[in-house]
Design a protein around this ligand. Structure first.
Ligand code: LP5
Ligand code: MN
Length: 243
């Protein structure tokens, strides 16, 4: 069966061995039966460069490599925590990188794939921060630093981010409906799949007589995860856990 799986916000980190093990288990079992796996950002909690070869990351590389060698395609759309994922990671794993946003056309459906942070246009402080850290020159300067220095900077960003988000109102960190509609219209899409906001839901509404569906993916936590699947049988949400 031609089946596509979507997930996001796994936030893998050596500090969360349980979720790392769950993801490897998922790749070796459920994901193998699909034709394509789409990871829509924040696979990692903080990615400081493709040269980070800590053993837990090596095990993830190997598990992704085994999946793609087995014939399941894997697409990575980077998020705000792992936008430094690059070509070397793809070479090592057989994954391919997708730009944000990306349009997927399947069974005649136009499906827009995003991480979700671009939709949070009311969070002005974040959008400013995003523009700064995505600057190619700043990225290059960062990647020239030692792994140890980069790790310290990432920790500092994470700490400052936690302080900043604790002060923000939840509505500010949600998607902006005008931004959602503008992206859907630009790509003439009827489906939008994204994560980032960690508020899983399926939102259905009508736009000029056309049904629009927004699938918000869930964050993985400890030994629990969630995927969204699309096949001839339609759309389904599924829990991911150890058997
Ligand atoms: O990630 P989360 O869920 O906590 O919050 C996000 C937004 N925060 C971020 C920052 C990331 O968490 C940091 C990830 C590090 C990645 C690896 C390092 C790569 C560095 C590369 C450099 C070239 O994305 C948060 C949003 C929230 O989602 C909801 O959408 O609100 O945005 C912020 O918190 C941004 C703040 O509002 C403004 C920035 C404060 C930090 C200032 C940094 C200066 C420190 C300099 C240190 C050397
Ligand atoms: Mn995110």
């Amino acid at each position: 069966m031609d089946e596509r799986l979507f997930c996001s916000d796994l936030h893998l980190s050596p500090e969360r061995p349980e979720t790392m093990a769950l993801f490897r288990h998922f790749l070796a079992t459920r994901a193998k039966r699909a034709s394509q796996l789409y990871i829509l950002g924040d696979l990692f909690d903080a990615w400081i460069g493709d040269d980070d070869d800590l053993p837990p990351y090596q095990r993830i590389r190997q598990a992704l490599r085994a999946l793609t060698r087995g014939g399941t395609g894997c697409a990575l759309l980077p998020g705000n925590r792992d936008f430094l994922l690059g070509k070397a990671f793809c070479r090592a794993t057989g994954c391919r990188l997708l730009p944000d946003p990306s349009l997927l056309i399947d069974h005649g459906q136009r499906i827009l794939l995003m991480h979700g942070d671009l939709l949070c246009t009311d969070d002005l402080a974040y959008q400013r921060f995003r523009r700064r850290v995505r600057n190619p020159l700043l990225k290059r300067l960062f990647l020239w630093k030692s792994l140890e220095k980069r790790r310290a900077i990432a920790r500092d960003y994470r700490r400052k981010s936690a302080q900043a988000t604790a002060q923000k109102r939840p509505q500010v960190m949600d998607v902006n409906q005008t931004a959602v509609q503008a992206y859907l219209a630009r790509f003439q899409a009827t489906h939008l799949i994204h994560g980032h906001i960690h508020r899983p839901s399926t939102q259905i509404h009508e736009e000029q007589g056309v049904q629009i569906v927004r699938h918000v993916l869930a964050e993985w936590w400890e030994d629990r995860g969630e995927i969204l699947s699309l096949s001839e049988r339609g759309w389904h949400r599924e829990a991911v856990q150890f058997d």
